[in-house]
Design a protein around this ligand. Structure first.
Ligand code: GKR
Ligand code: MG
Length: 446
């Protein structure tokens, strides 16, 4: 054989897993979440894998790219991705706004299906060359483990619904036993964090806000800081607060919050980039985002206005190479890189480990939803989170092995679902009849 291996097959498998009734500005997580898997085989006998957001639109995009991938050389993976960008299916109706508000119907314009293909191809290339994927990215492997944060959510009472949420109350694992139950008070969120710290060793926590009033959520943050005086704690209301409210809520919080994520959004005819710049000027508080800079054009304006300090460049939005291009620029400019996440399986966990392992500088602790999914593994050898750090697989490529039985089980669950797109308004109807999403109102404030 000359050159690099030839791709012989690409499969797209939609999968689903179980979730808790986690609360956000968008509403309540439904009992199931969905993802799309890409499995690519080459003629040297290797299998590469990638995972991306669920939903039929993303699945359709991935299937439409198969003819652009099969028959190509693994080593020409950048040209393959280029062909997809030039000729592949594009999101119709994308007004370029991104997710300045947490309108989840717009997520499909931010998530790019082809990044699951990029991951699977890099997995194959790494296996061909005999090196872990992180060695092929950015400046190569910078670290053996990457710090991750404990992603805290308020959770509503699933017993108020007749939806098929899991009941793990008989689990012998204290965290699994806790995670499907209601946790809405300050004390319960502190217990959630405590339990997570015992299991995974987190030093950093992020509280998902946009659920209760800003004052209530800041009280939760203060309770967390009291319990974890050395912990790094931040809050993300997904732009729910007005500029004036965000400034007032952050008064005196400099020693409590390590940074704040997307405190406010667009208002009064000003874009979220302009509003966040004003917030920073007024508070001097470090600001992170996964909402106001979701592509290079938005980032240009965010950087020009100095709206953010930390860009959470999710590889599913930016691509693996793009996310790390961002990491290099941020590091050169004295800013900080991190990654946003959504519900995901362990393939994404492994991908995040490699991307963050290659990020130059000092990334902030990575977001991951894995703690809410842990145990629903699709890999035989999922990377572990210990002492607050995610281990980076050391074998060639992504360095993990798919468990096809579990994948097909997750696919059966997906096929049993009446609809496959994320809908956080559905479960809200049980809590507040006729509830509708409002980008400026915390979901339980109506
Ligand atoms: O899982 O509901 C969620 C999160 O709120 C997610 O959708 C956000 O995109 O985690 C994300 C964030 O940091 O904004
Ligand atoms: Mg966020």
């Amino acid at each position: 054989m000359t050159g690099t291996p030839i791709i012989t097959e690409m499969q797209v498998i939609p999968v689903a897993g179980y979730d808790s009734m986690e609360m956000t500005l968008s509403g309540a997580h439904a009992p199931y979440f969905t993802r799309n898997l890409v499995i690519i085989k080459d003629n040297s006998g290797h299998t590469g894998i990638g995972e991306i957001h669920g939903g039929e639109y993303t699945e359709e995009c991935l299937n439409s790219y198969i003819p652009l991938v099969v028959g190509q050389e693994v080593g020409k993976y950048r040209s393959i991705l280029g062909a997809i960008h030039r000729g592949g299916k594009k999101a119709e109706g994308d007004d370029g706004e991104g997710i300045q508000t947490l309108d989840i119907s717009k997520l499909k314009f931010v998530v790019r299906a082809e990044w699951a293909i990029e991951c699977a191809l890099l997995d194959l290339l790494g296996q061909h060359l005999g090196v872990p994927m992180c060695e092929l990215l950015a400046e190569g492997k910078q670290r053996n483990q990457v710090e991750v944060l404990g992603y805290l959510f308020y959770v509503s009472d699933r017993n108020k619904t007749d939806l098929p949420y899991l009941d793990e109350s008989t689990s012998s694992d204290p965290w699994f036993k806790m995670r499907r139950n209601a946790m809405l008070s300050h004390e319960q969120i502190v217990e959630e964090a405590q339990c997570l710290q015992e299991k995974y060793g987190f030093r950093c926590f992020k509280l998902k806000g946009g659920v209760f009033s800003g004052e209530y959520e800041m009280d939760t943050v203060r309770a967390l800081k009291k319990h974890f005086p050395d912990g790094r704690i931040n809050i993300d209301p997904n732009g729910a607060w007005s500029l004036a409210e965000a400034i007032s809520l952050c008064k005196g919080m400099h020693n409590t919050l390590s940074y704040i994520e997307d405190p406010c959004g667009p208002e009064a005819g000003f874009s979220s980039r302009e509003i966040m710049a004003e917030f920073k000027n007024a508070t001097n508080m470090p600001v992170a985002t996964n909402m106001i800079a979701t592509n290079w054009r938005q980032f240009y304006h965010a950087a020009a206005l100095k709206s953010v300090d930390i860009v959470l460049a999710d590889p599913h939005f930016w691509g693996l190479e793009g996310s790390l291009r961002m990491a290099s620029i941020l590091n050169d400019w004295g800013l900080t890189w991190g990654s946003h996440s959504n519900n995901h399986f362990d393939i994404t966990l492994a991908t995040f480990a490699h991307v963050a392992a290659a990020a130059p500088g000092h990334p902030t602790a990575l977001d991951t939803h894995w703690i809410w999914q842990d145990g629903q593994n699709l890999l035989k050898d999922a990377p572990q989170i210990k002492n607050g750090y995610l281990e980076v697989p050391n074998r060639p490529g992504l360095g993990v092995t798919l468990d096809m039985e579990r994948v097909m089980e997750a696919n059966r669950l997906y096929n049993s679902m009446p609809s496959h797109d994320r809908d956080d308004a559905m479960a809200m109807q049980y809590l507040i009849p006729n509830w509708k999403y409002d980008s400026k109102k915390p979901c339980l404030v109506r």
